[in-house]
Design a protein around this ligand. Structure first.
Ligand SMILES: Nc1ncnc2c1ncn2[C@@H]1O[C@H](COP(=O)(O)OP(=O)(O)OP(=O)(O)O)[C@@H](O)[C@H]1O
Ligand SMILES: [Mg+2]
Length: 215
């Protein structure tokens, strides 16, 4: 079964979402390699970042040492980074017919700033839909991770944690619940997988979901 592409462009847009340490980057690498070996042109990218201005915003918003950043400013910085990323990278790739595999997208803002920082899911979604001119992924893979599991997977140690990773477990529990709420609201656009499964097993499930969104 195929679903209409929400953006109407010839490419395929896949987002990987989930809490810190869920395995997003691991699955992005496996997925891109599989798609490339199948002959597709793949753009692997990440948020925040993905453009020169976006990478600068990423370090401003994630690194410690820039002084206090209130929740609305944080949300707008992520949205600004995303606007640049969509205009400069994602839409041109989708227009060419490429596959875009993006490590985090709007759902991360809804979860971290909407639920984690308490700005409200709808408000953060609205700001981001404006920033992206309504662009949504064809498929969002949610790697559902328990906060303690995600934390234990991070090998860098507390000193190397960024501003969001270093928040306590209840912040990460709110984020997990918000991701699951988004997936429940639009089940046809989501693949929800328990992040505790092995990387190879998760990869097989992600590949298995692709026919659902690619013609
Ligand atoms: N399915 C898995 N089972 C066990 N460990 C995993 C699994 N997937 C990834 N890992 C390991 O967990 C750690 C975090 O994985 P990864 O960097 O892919 O997560 P991430 O979601 O991209 O994290 P971040 O949010 O910090 O970018 C890595 O050490 C990785 O090797
Ligand atoms: Mg990662």
């Amino acid at each position: 079964m195929t679903f209409p592409l929400p953006h109407g462009l010839p490419g395929l847009f896949i987002a990987l979402e989930g809490g810190d340490g869920a395995g997003k980057s691991t699955q992005a690498a496996l997925l891109c390699a599989a798609l490339e070996s199948g002959g597709r042109t793949v753009i692997r990218t990440r948020e925040p970042g993905g453009t020169a201005i976006g990478e600068k915003l990423r370090s401003l918003v994630l690194d410690h040492g820039h002084g206090q950043i209130d929740a609305r400013t944080e949300a707008l910085m992520f949205a600004a980074s995303r606007a640049a990323h969509v205009q400069q990278v994602i839409v041109p790739a989708l227009e060419r017919g490429d596959v875009v595999v993006c490590d985090r997208f709007i759902d991360s803002s809804v979860a971290y700033q909407g639920a984690g920082r308490g700005l409200g899911a709808q408000a953060v979604l609205d700001v981001n839909l404006w920033a992206t001119d309504g662009l949504r992924p064809d498929l969002t893979v949610l790697l559902d991770v328990e906060p303690a599991e995600g934390r234990s997977r991070r090998t860098t140690g507390a000193a190397a944690e960024d501003r969001l990773e270093s928040e306590p477990d209840d912040f990460h529990a709110r984020i997990r619940a918000a991701f699951l709420d988004l997936a429940r609201a639009e089940p046809e656009r989501y693949l929800v997988l328990a992040a505790s499964r092995t990387p190879e097993d998760l990869h097989r499930s992600i590949l298995g979901a692709l026919p659902r969104v690619s013609a």
